[in-house]
Design a protein around this ligand. Sequence first.
Ligand SMILES: [Zn+2]
Length: 111
Amino acid sequence: MPSRPPKVKVGIGKPAGKPKSWAHSMERKTTARGYGWAHQQMRIIVLREEPLCRPCLAVNRVTASTTADHITPLAEGGTGDRLNMQGICNDCHKAKTAKESARASAASRQR
Ligand SMILES: [Zn+2]
């Protein structure tokens, strides 16, 4: 028999960390976008470790991270590894995504 880790009983009351319903709704959203549970876990880890937007900090701006961003996008060969993830704010993410899709369409035109 393979030994299973004991089931952790969650007591009634306050859940540890984020409320369950939040995690569940986020899971559904991210899964619909093609990201799985592993990515969702990574997002939580990245935002916990980097509560401030990394690109903003680089220019001495203090902004809260809202997104776990792939530093090198998956479309450009990046991985879902922690080393390829950074905490980033909404504005930086939008700007970065716009640049990335511009690169992607330029690359597809070259083919
Ligand atoms: Zn930012």
